[in-house]
Design a protein around this ligand. Structure first.
Ligand SMILES: [Fe+2]
Length: 379
């Protein structure tokens, strides 16, 4: 759509230039913004494309002395008081129009789901991801849009999930190590390393930035029980917002104290349960009752916090939100850890083995890969 954009008219005042596009959409652009973002090689480094113009040496009240739309309508040409020339493509201006619509970040929007609304689990074959860039992009697209994917047929051997994850980004080290094995262990430092049920949760909310994407590769699954669970936290927040707006507001505002402690570590971070981005879209959920430290919320908020979390928990545990399935050896459950909550049913360690190998990567590298591949496809 952006590629066909052209300009039809403009009007200027002291503050901004208002531009009408061929779609009828109109957006205002501040003069200083138009000067700062000049796309010429003098205003940006020609190789690194970092900004070289010194924004704060520009006149704060700058205004172009000549404004012209090219005959094709595809370019906006501006001449500044010192003679500097800026030429913007209409499609670039439309892409960056910040006046009254969302600036496109080059990524698909989240599509929320429940067990009922999801026609089938997004999935992809491991060989496609390991061997093709298109496969990597498909996986990341699923992670951004739906929040998870099942990668099938990755040989169930130690070391394979790390290779798969490295197709998406750098492995993220944590206090559990750069990779970890989830199985019933004799001296567990985490409930994941037992055989008990794990209710839906997000991992590592006790860190400043919890890992973005988690990979869990099923190596062995012959124990009775141990079904995996996924819940779309964004869908649960939408329901909370509709059904109990005051609980929603409280969970946006009141911080929860999260903490992981063992002999080596005392890792703590305080954050509200729900976070929005600057445009008011859902960005992050932190929810893990087992990692909640002794609560230190002020007296006036304590009951509100308990009530808000109770309401949210009741929604998260609704059957219609819970997607349950058994992973087979070779399956990799990949999910957006700050959106989709995960858990598992209890299993019987005496009936057989249940062994998963896991690791994390961060979202920014994954989203970057998707943007770069989309840009390559446009060339
Ligand atoms: Fe977990």
């Amino acid at each position: 759509m952006h590629d066909q954009a052209s300009l039809t008219s403009f009007s200027a005042n002291e503050v901004a230039l208002s531009i009408e596009f061929n779609s009828g959409f109109t957006s205002r652009f501040h003069w200083l913004w138009l000067r700062e973002n000049c796309v010429c090689n003098k205003c940006h480094h020609p190789q690194t494309w970092e900004r070289t113009v010194d924004t704060f040496l520009l006149d704060r009240d700058i205004r172009a002395k000549q404004i012209e739309i090219s005959s094709s309508g595809e370019m906006l040409n501006l001449v500044w008081p010192d003679g500097h020339i800026t030429a913007y493509m209409a499609s670039w201006l439309l892409q960056h129009a910040y006046d009254n619509h969302d600036v496109n970040d080059g990524l698909p929007d989240a599509v929320v789901w429940t067990k009922e609304s999801l026609p089938e689990k997004p999935s992809i074959d491991a060989a496609e991801v390991m061997e093709t860039e298109a496969g990597v992009s498909t996986l990341i697209y699923q992670l951004k849009e739906v929040g998870f994917s099942i990668v099938k047929n990755l040989p169930p051997e130690i070391g394979m999930v790390e290779k798969l994850a490295q197709r998406v980004g750098y492995l993220r080290d944590t206090h559990f190590g750069i990779d970890f094995t989830v199985e019933s262990k004799p001296q567990p430092n985490n409930v994941a390393y037992t055989s008990i049920e794990l209710k839906a949760h997000t991992d590592l909310p006790n860190l400043e930035t919890p890992p973005g994407i988690q990979f869990l590769h099923c190596l062995l699954a012959d124990a009775t029980g141990g079904e995996s669970l996924l819940v779309d936290g964004f869908a649960a927040v939408q329901l909370l917002c509709q059904e109990n707006p005051s609980a929603y507001e409280d969970l946006l505002r009141i911080p929860v104290n999260f903490r992981f402690v063992d002999k080596e570590w005392d890792l703590r971070w305080n954050s509200p349960t729900i976070r929005l981005d600057q445009k008011g879209r859902l960005e992050e959920i932190r929810y893990h009752n087992a990692l909640t430290a002794t609560r230190e919320t002020g007296f006036d908020d304590m009951t509100k916090l308990y009530d808000g979390l109770r309401a949210f928990t009741q929604i998260l545990r609704r059957k219609e939100l819970e997607l349950k399935f058994k992973l087979e050896p070779g399956d990799v459950m990949v999910f957006h850890n700050r959106r989709v909550l995960h858990g598992r049913a209890e299993f019987d360690p005496n009936s057989g083995s249940r062994k998963l190998r896991g690791c994390y990567v961060d979202c920014d590298q994954a989203w970057s890969k998707l943007r770069v591949s989309q840009a390559m496809n446009k060339l």
